[in-house]
Design a protein around this ligand. Structure first.
Ligand code: PHE
Length: 450
């Protein structure tokens, strides 16, 4: 293992870190999943619960994970090993790092297939192939895409190739340069889409749907859904923010940066809802369609609206930007590990890690293209990977990180790294008690244990 903490380089500035970390957080989870969950779980009431989860659970874990990363200065696996040694704790803590690296591989393998769909739709929108389609045609286009292994293979491969190319360029020339352009333009595009949504007839219906609290719809289930979503959306529990923290200069405030990233992530989720639902309601479409929502309903809606092709193209470009800036964060822990352990060049490590993801993605692709009837306990390959990562590995990683930072690391060390002043107490309450307890509940629930 590398003993050299400066192996990988550093972010060029505080802003570079904040933008890259926002890129990791803002992803497919914000754009289709959040609005849809919100619609099903009480609208405005769900928003309040979600925000409470971000503040009470997400924020302390994000600070803990970033802090662990910066203290360790290495890939999550080696960081956990080194810090466990520093705290005179068992080396088994490296399991938290392994979990993260593995989860990153698994998530990216299917993330890339779905991101490929957004590229396919961008292509369809720009090419005018979705002009004036009817409801059945729009549904058919989506079904055809999901059935066409060859078409999906092309987009999945292209998405992975682009991800690899960015990662090969390294920290400043690759990740920083791409996120610096994509994340601000993502905000601007979303803003443009929000303004556009405000001109549609369904705007107020959409806003009511999104923001009018109906507390009777809040159930124990929806509380857990909000917690799980906060976790996935902030990109916690799997080493992404840990490795980004490892590249963070010592003089940057972890507390302030984490607050900014959490606000940005939540803002994008809400802005996506504001862009999507008015368009859905203006066209009298059903709001809660899950994964199909943005692919089946939106193209249909855009195809019948003034300037719809333009805004529809913008929308799918936005989804693509959100996905690729998360993809690079998902696989970076594995790349750093390969570089440290085998002394590979960044190019070689990126090619190997992304190649493995590409290969695993073929399983997801197969599970969409009807031909594959392989199932395990009633779950397709995609559903299985989604379940194991989002519902089991991330929460488990999150608990380990919160407990390690809150209980195992010496208080002197964590207090010095975090430099939170009088807010330190709040962080400690969050990472010692609230986060581990709350996330344990998510985990038990996911495993059907209560
Ligand atoms: N946060 C990303 C999203 O919302 C997904 C992600 C998870 C990225 C974990 C990095 C780490 O889509």
């Amino acid at each position: 293992m590398s003993e050299s903490p400066q192996h990988h380089g550093q972010w060029s500035s505080r802003i570079a870190f904040i933008i890259a970390a926002s890129g990791s957080a803002i992803g497919l989870g914000n754009i289709w999943k959040f609005p849809y969950l919100l619609g099903e779980n009480g609208g405005g009431a769900f928003v309040l619960v979600y925000i409470a989860c971000v503040i009470g659970i997400g924020l302390p874990i994000m600070m803990a994970e970033t802090m662990i990363g910066r203290r360790g200065q290495r890939s999550p696996i080696h960081t956990m090993t080194v810090l466990a040694k520093e705290a005179k704790a068992t080396p088994l803590w490296q399991i938290a790092g392994w979990l993260g690296v593995l989860a990153g591989f698994l998530i990216l393998s299917y993330y890339s297939v779905i991101a490929g769909w957004s590229m396919a739709y961008l292509f369809k929108m720009v090419g005018g192939f979705m002009d004036q389609v009817g409801p059945e045609e729009a549904q058919q286009v989506f079904m055809d895409l999901k059935a066409a292994a060859d078409v999906q293979l092309v987009w999945h491969s292209l998405f992975m190739a682009l991800t690899t190319a960015i990662l090969m360029k390294g920290l400043t020339e690759g990740i920083e340069r791409v996120t610096r352009v994509m994340i601000p333009s993502l905000f601007l595009m979303l803003l443009a889409l929000d303004v556009y949504a405000a001109t549609t007839p369904g705007f107020w219906e959409g806003m009511t749907f999104l923001f009018k609290p109906d507390f009777s719809k809040i159930t124990p289930d929806s509380l857990l859904i909000a917690m799980g979503q906060a976790f996935f959306s902030l990109g916690l529990g799997m080493g992404s923010i840990m490795i980004y923290g490892a590249y963070l200069p010592k003089n940057v405030s972890i507390g302030r940066s984490s607050v900014i990233v959490s606000i940005a992530d939540t803002a994008v989720a809400l802005m996506a809802g504001i862009a999507i639902f008015p368009v859905v309601f203006s066209n009298h479409l059903p709001p809660s369609m899950g994964p199909g929502l943005i692919f089946e309903t939106l193209p249909l809606a855009f195809s019948h609206m003034p300037l719809g092709a333009l805004f529809g193209s913008l929308f799918f470009l936005l989804v693509f930007f959100a996905a690729i800036t998360s993809a690079i964060a998902l696989i970076e822990p594995a790349i750093a590990y390969l570089i440290e352990t085998f002394d590979y060049s960044r190019q070689k490590a990126s090619a190997i890690a992304c190649g493995v993801c590409w290969f695993l993605g073929l399983g997801t692709l197969g599970s969409f293209t009807g031909g594959n009837q392989w199932q395990w306990h009633g779950k397709t390959f995609f559903e299985l990977i989604d379940f194991v990562t989002a519902d089991v590995m991330l929460p488990l990683g999150g608990i380990l990180i919160a407990v390690f930072a809150g209980w195992v690391m010496k208080e002197k060390v964590s207090a010095a790294e975090l430099d939170l002043g009088r807010y330190l107490r709040y962080w400690q309450i969050g990472s010692r008690y609230i986060a581990p307890l709350a996330v344990t509940l998510i985990l038990l629930k996911a495993l059907g244990l209560f």
